[in-house]
Design a protein around this ligand. Structure first.
Ligand SMILES: N[C@@H](CCC(=O)N[C@@H](CS)C(=O)NCC(=O)O)C(=O)O
Length: 211
């Protein structure tokens, strides 16, 4: 493999990496994995490259597998030597970038993991809906914390970064854009502006999700 191969599904977490590959102008092949929640076969197939069966999963030129969107975000910036999505060491925005990048993947992303298919984590059927509601309430709390620290026009203020891409992708999932418009207007504006960037418009368009 001489180019990247991104395992993903339109609109799912792979879009966080697909946007970055496009942004940097890197050649890649997109390999659809299928619905990981509805198809045991899709999970089994992906498990052969990523035992956690999650996307984004990225095969690097040369064949090594990378997972974890935050690690991929840092690595692509390093590989390209381009600091337009990731503030470099010494940049005044670096600490905030690292803090909130890890916050998003360590705290916010798991709320999707747990609520996407509560049956995986909650064996008692009647407890699943309350669990899902509790996880969603927790997600809203996390998003309000992000709203409190978000800058204008971008998460880090004047400077665009990969954090804006996360906000754009994730605000299409839950609790969805109308909630953000009402309760997290700065994050909502970041999401809309990121979706509208000339450089990324096509990639968002082929990753449509409602909301
Ligand atoms: N920590 C991972 C989370 C990735 C993730 O949860 N992706 C979702 C799709 S948006 C997924 O593959 N879910 C399937 C599963 O968790 O089984 C990352 O940041 O890349």
């Amino acid at each position: 493999m001489t180019t990247f191969r991104l395992y993903g599904e339109p609109g799912w977490g792979s879009v966080i990496v697909e946007t970055q590959l496009e942004w940097y102008g890197l050649d890649f092949e997109f390999q659809r994995v299928g619905n990981l929640f509805e198809s045991a076969g899709a999970r089994e197939k992906l498990e052969t490259v990523n035992p956690l069966a999650q996307i984004p999963t990225l095969e690097m030129p040369g064949g090594k597998i990378m997972t974890e969107s935050a690690a991929i975000t840092l690595l692509l910036a390093e590989m390209t030597g381009d600091d337009s999505l990731v503030p470099v060491p010494g940049d005044a925005a670096r600490a905030a970038f690292l803090r909130w990048l890890v916050f998003v993947v360590a705290n916010v992303y798991p709320t999707y993991t747990y609520a996407d298919d509560p049956a995986r984590f909650v064996p008692v059927d009647s407890a699943r809906k309350p669990f899902e509601d509790t996880v969603l309430a927790y997600a809203r709390k996390l998003y309000k914390q992000l709203e409190d620290v978000a800058g204008v026009p971008w998460f880090l203020g004047e400077r665009f970064s990969a954090l804006d891409i996360y906000v754009c992708a994730m605000s299409r999932w839950r609790p969805k854009r109308p909630w953000f418009a009402e309760h997290a207007p700065k994050l909502h504006a970041i999401a809309e502006a990121t979706q509208d960037l000339e450089k990324l418009r096509a990639v968002w368009a082929r990753n449509t999700l409602t909301g």
